[in-house]
Write a protein that binds this ligand. Sequence first.
Ligand code: SF4
Length: 596
Amino acid sequence: MPLSSSLDRVLARISARYQDDPYQLLQMLRAVQASYSHVPQAAMQFFARHLGVPLSQVQGVVEFYAFLHETPRGRYDIRFSDNITDQMLGARTLMQRLCERLGERLGVSAGVPRGDGAVTVDLTSCTGMSDQGPAALVNGLAVTRLDAARIDEMADLVDAGIALEAWPRDWFAVRDNIRHPGPMLELAMAPGAALKAAVARGAASTLTELAHSGLRGRGGAGYLTAHKWRFCLEAPGVQRFVVCNADEGEPGTFKDRVLLTRFADELFEGMALAGFVVGARQGFLYLRGEYEYMLPHLESVLERRREEGLLGSNVIGAGFDFDIAIHLGAGAYICGEESALIESLEGKRGQARVRPPFPAVRGYADKPTVVNNVQTFIQAAQISAMGAPWFSSLGTEKSRGTVLLSISGDVPRRGIFEYPFGVTISEVLADCGATAVQAIQIGGPSGHLIGASEFGRRIAFEDMPTTGSLMVFDWSRDVIAVVQNFARFFQHESCGFCTPCRVGTTVLRQLVDKVADGHASAADLVEIEGAGRVTRALSHCGLGQTAPNPVLDALTRFRPAFEARLTSANGDPGFDLDAELSEARQMRGKEMQHGG
Ligand code: SF4
């Protein structure tokens, strides 16, 4: 199909901006999506030809990411965050209200552009604003603290065709909500302090210092950071890379959002520190698409650091080069897994690689790559500046330092809380003012759902590890509805690459829906356990391996809530499949007796 000359010019400009680099394909497609509210077939054909990659690969990328579309979205693309905490704050009711307001003349239904092409209203996975929801993205930009008045005004702005820049600025304000700062959040570190200390100490001694600190990766697995950096350093090869995983997609987590806002200098310093230690010259910050609004701020910090000699050539005059580029994600939870993130950085579908080899040995562009998350790099910088004892004196023997918690749900004080590892869940709940707590989900949907009998447990790698999310549910909440939200989330986010996860997450979702609808029998609970075990054991990557956690936890710890649904919750005789079957069996038995 011949390209229209205007599209042709735009595509050529986009491709040139990204230096015709196939690894930048995702960024190019994002730019097309932003300009045309979709990625036209002609654009895919252009990039396939121009970059020398198969058309099927380009198409596969467009299909993979939730923020890319083959057909046009509305000029205003509004997506409500569908995390359980947003739901609890009324997100779905507000979305319904917006659809009704916008659909007074032309009908609006979720996910379908209005007849005049002006607007699409839809749901999306957690946008990282659980402390200030209900939240939404409007053309990729975060809007927080939605309420009925804002929804009505939003409908008027859309109908009047008012440009987003003229919408009320306070709608786009994102608060940090730091409620309980600790040593990490309170440390004021001068830009360059960590790098100067590292250069004075030398790369090898800096790595030793990091090892003595006991710092473990804060992204989930808890791998010793110094070990990871050493593997990368010792892996064969000349070129190495440093990657920061800022794809904070675990529902209910928002600590990286705050760190990126408040501690961008420390983060970039930690990445440069890793570059100095392992001998890398290039770093990448992989920023989740939902945090696009931060891009100008982060780019300005990078630019200032270049001007100050803290990035670029001959960093701090110490004779090493290191710079950082920012790469935006496009709505795929799986890209939080480090090998999937690297695939995405290379402009491909974010599919988890077979490991080993691990990224430290073969990562970005098949070269040794350090991948750590935002908090880990910041803490590495702080350790370099302050020394290992400053850090290792905090926490427990196996979990040194502090943990950052993103707390949301049924609590009066939602936000960021920092504690030395080893703090009990009860202490945390008291600090955030939680009362009448029925359950908490710790570590996001891939973590664990626990009840009050376990609130004495300690948050630490050796007891209750967490990636930082802590969602609180009081006794007014329906545990089944919570689990249903998580089951839907995992089914939606499964990349479909391997059968156990693709089928397992679908089956689990269907079974949980069946329980929620009051149509399940005891046999379905057995089936949930079986499907959960198989999905956990046979899935290819962490997503599938952890997807059954919430439902299996709930079945173990909140079984009465499930059993109560096997009959109707409103007191009417419910649909009890086992009872129905047993009645049928008895009748059949009688028939057989009569017949015999
Ligand atoms: S486990 Fe799920 S997310 Fe991971 S590769 Fe398999 S299908 Fe994809």
